[in-house]
Design a binder for this molecule. Sequence first.
Ligand SMILES: Cc1ncc(C[n+]2csc(CCOP(=O)(O)OP(=O)(O)O)c2C)c(N)n1
Ligand SMILES: [Mg+2]
Length: 580
Amino acid sequence: MAGRTVAQHLVDLLVRAGVRRIYGVVGDSLNPVTDAVRRTDGIDWVQTRHEEAAAFAAGAEAQITGRLTACAGSCGPGNLHLINGLFDAHRSMAPVVAIAAHIPSEDIGTDYFQETHPERLFVECSHYSEMISTPAQLPRVAHAAIHHALGLGGVSVLTVPGDVAGQDSPEDRTTMVPLDRSPTIRPTDTDIDAFARLVDDSRRVTLFCGAGAAGAHDEVMSFAGRVLAPVGHALRGKEWIQYDNPYDVGMSGLLGYGAAYEAMHECDLLVLLGTDFPYHPFLPDDVRTVQVDVRPEHLGRRSRLDLGICGDVAETLRCLTPKVTPKTDRTFFDRMLRKHADALEGVVAAYTTGVERHRPIHPEYVASVLDEVAADDAVFTVDTGMCNVWAARYISPNGRRRVIGSFTHGSMANALPQAIGAQLPDRSRQVVAMSGDGGFAMLLGEFLTVVQYGLPVKVVLFDNSSLGMVDLEMMVAGLPPYGTTYPETDYSALARAAGAHARRVTDPRDVTDGLREILAHDGPALLDVVTDPNALSLPPHITGQQLTGFALATSKMVLQGGVGRMLRLARANLRNIPRP
Ligand SMILES: Cc1ncc(C[n+]2csc(CCOP(=O)(O)OP(=O)(O)O)c2C)c(N)n1
Ligand SMILES: [Mg+2]
């Protein structure tokens, strides 16, 4: 097509690569891009209030749809604001192209008004970060950006000076590679044979799964069944692996529960499947370890590695399972299932009965009711902070629900903008943001975005007037809480002033009704639940030192922690143990 500008050409390429919307905030240097979006069918501009939210939303849309998404910011501060959301998208491997508009090309290098160097600034949060200095570069550089984001999973950043974006673009004869069909990576036969030998030589095998086990539920179950292996998971593996799992022994890590830690430490072969689980103190160093990952650079970077397999989890297990000798000794497996059920019974007993009458409202009660009343295919976006703990323990995955958060980057304020990106591609799907009051206030302006677009996002606000997670961390470190509290704020009044439906609940008897009411509302809605700031949760494996610190500061605090519907699964799995 002749007579296109660089911006128009770029937008056309993004549409061909599957991008349906560009999230961002407009600006002078971005005008050629936004104008091209305005004139192009099949792509919309989504106007967020803060560019960080634009990047979070783009990352969430990519995680929900699996498609390429995009965000943009104007020169200098405009695109600089994208950075935290881009870090999150990149570390979640969400394919996102970010357009960083730049100052006029003739002024680069003169400390010009708003001058930054986006092509340098974004290097650390992208696979590809390049500047388009002349129109002739556009076709190949844009293709490279798209293919890096889709092919490697993560962010590409294109820095485009406003004047270059407005110039005429050259002809483009490059064919877009259809990257929506990702290839299957199959390990070599030598690797599979070595893997099978290790499994056959081991009496007690444990599997530990991460987000890389997405789409491999059946393969993991049949392999676990053949070798009688307990199956644990990391937080990001939970939504793919924990449901319909007769081998479940829970989650390991700071928010862990159940017997995953024991199963991983007491086996003689640990199989890590698609996990880049970062907390090496939770991984054994005296157990033989096999790791399977499509990304060879992840192999062995967290733990001991006796065999590293580069391959898809599902494909690797499809090749491996028929080659291993079925195991018949159930001793270890049954012991771990019992341990798991006991561990869950233990915390449920500690999680005081009568919580439905507890005032201030106990956040775990809110999460457990939300789990019951939310849709079977709901998307939950979860704020960093205590909401992470409540979602990990109470939101039951089922293979249709999705749970996304800032699980690798660990940024606050992710839930609300991620809900925007999760809702826009499908307004009929229930999207619930589980927000902390600190996180919600941090990107509060995005609630106006939700209302502006009439998105039926439901915000469940865990309003404890505090930065609760940090309160807990300070106590664990033996410090008195400091800088962690906020004055009480009626967020329901704020939400109503913004034009949404909202309700504030302070009485636990209103929680179920309040949740049902906002979920049923046809439009943006918020439930401000005034929750107990002293609802604490501790990982099952804290050190003595941490405990001492904790004990120092905790004299008046109540230590509680439930596990919701997981106990039912654990009890049901126990029934599968054959009677002697
Ligand atoms: C951008 C950012 N700033 C600071 C932190 C450190 N931090 C982690 S959780 C948290 C508190 C979150 O408070 P809130 O959203 O109210 O959730 P709560 O833990 O109280 O449920 C803080 C300050 C962070 N992770 N990200
Ligand atoms: Mg809070």
